[in-house]
Write a protein that binds this ligand. Sequence first.
Ligand code: SF4
Ligand code: SF4
Length: 276
Amino acid sequence: MELTERYVFDWDRIRNKDGYHIEYSITDICNRNCACCSHLAPLAKAPSFVGEQDFERTVTILHKLIPDAHTFWLTGGEPTLHPRFMRLLEISRNIFVDNYVGIYSNGITLEKYEEDESFWRFVKDNGIVWAITCYDKDRAYFETLFKKHGCINNLAILHGGKRFFNLTNYSENQPITHEKYVKCGWERSKINVRNGNIYNCPSAEFAELFNGYFGERLKITNNDFLEINESLTREQIDAFRKEVPFCGQCDLDKRYKKIVDSTPSERKISEWACFE
Ligand code: SF4
Ligand code: SF4
């Protein structure tokens, strides 16, 4: 399935028009260490690589429930650190036959594949979209690399990676209202999958890493996620697009207020939380 035109990555479209984007986190670790990382990768103590069989089982169920997904993505952490990430992409392509299949990446790993023709053939023949954040190399490097291998349609530059906002603001005693959920907006068309569960946002999805690093400060209840199993229905997934108990530990008013240059994380609690 070659892409006949370039994949368009557009936040407004993703928020409002595309339908579901499924983002499957296949590892918690990353080869960068960004302050305020919204997936909390600097706090990961273990790779947590998803197993191939678990992945295939879960993706099969997801496809049955959401055959109309716009794009099925692998994410992390840095998903290319998973030793079997290409096999996982292949499984995704075989199951989500009629959908876009993509991978988010900071692009560092691509250096290893610069001259690897079989890698680029795989990317091209399977129509794999690469959503890259240009942290360490500029946009021109990626444009040239993908063009050289006939894969320019597969490249979707995500953003420049030079500045970060604090997207995660763990807090205490915050309101849990539908208005707040609607206002936080950025995840509305996303299905965030980690460890066999669906979450409404990365704040809840990766809260376990925060607890593992700083101590059990955040409460994650059974109502904060949906377990992906054979009895899950599309109606349940659609109905889950709402506020959850976890929203009571999220302070939207402080979100986007802190802007940091792309600097290394010092793993301070203040990078992710309002409390000390
Ligand atoms: S590259 Fe992305 S996942 Fe990795 S630490 Fe930075 S923001 Fe987090
Ligand atoms: S915890 Fe609730 S309010 Fe906060 S980002 Fe997630 S869904 Fe939005």
